[in-house]
Design a protein around this ligand. Sequence first.
Ligand code: ADP
Ligand code: MG
Length: 228
Amino acid sequence: MSDVHLQLSKVHRHFGEGETLVRVLEAANLTVRGGELVAIVAPSGAGKSTLLHISGLLERPQAGEVTITGVATSKLSERGRTLLRRNTIGYVYQFHHLLPEFSALENVTMPQLIAGRDQTAANRRSMRLLEILGVAPRAQHRPAELSGGEQQRVAIARAAANNPRIILADEPTGNLDPATSEVVFEALAGLIREEGVAALIATHNFDLARRANRIVTLRNGLIEDTTL
Ligand code: ADP
Ligand code: MG
């Protein structure tokens, strides 16, 4: 079995207080290993985004431990959390957030240059990712010249640019039609297999989720495995 890249242990996350208290996570546990794609399927408001924010070190839980590539994060400083996030996590949102003035290739290359990789190595990595995701022929196009599915595949390439160990995707196909969603999901699954990344993907689309290695849902503040 491959290494555990993401582990949540007894994670609590509440919002509000008194009558307005919302208990989103109550002692939630989850383990995701390298090369494993886990889908979270749950209704709107169930806590999918909260779970992803906590897993991505964007939010702190009120209690419990989030362990990223073996590093327990609850006692890390903000600086320590930021560095760990940068080095290990790639995030994909429902909307692509690509920079409009730059080509697909440049959008994937830029985070690598910022991280200190040289231009040649960064370009090589970008082209490899765009190939895995099936959008290499579109490398020189700007986001506005790409279809929704192509934009989202470029956004996935960008999330993977700095070799993260974990990819977190929040309804990455939420804005796409069913056929395009399938292409994007398959591309993402291919990337995860190819690079041995651990992935946690929130989706409403049960047909897509069935292609994940595991399906989990959020119920009564717990993460439950519902894989059939
Ligand atoms: P999902 O992504 O599954 O739609 P969310 O994680 O966005 O669900 O939200 C889960 C619950 O937590 C919802 O009831 C939402 O209203 C509440 N919630 C999320 N963020 C906040 C916040 N910053 N303050 C108060 N309540 C919040
Ligand atoms: Mg959400």
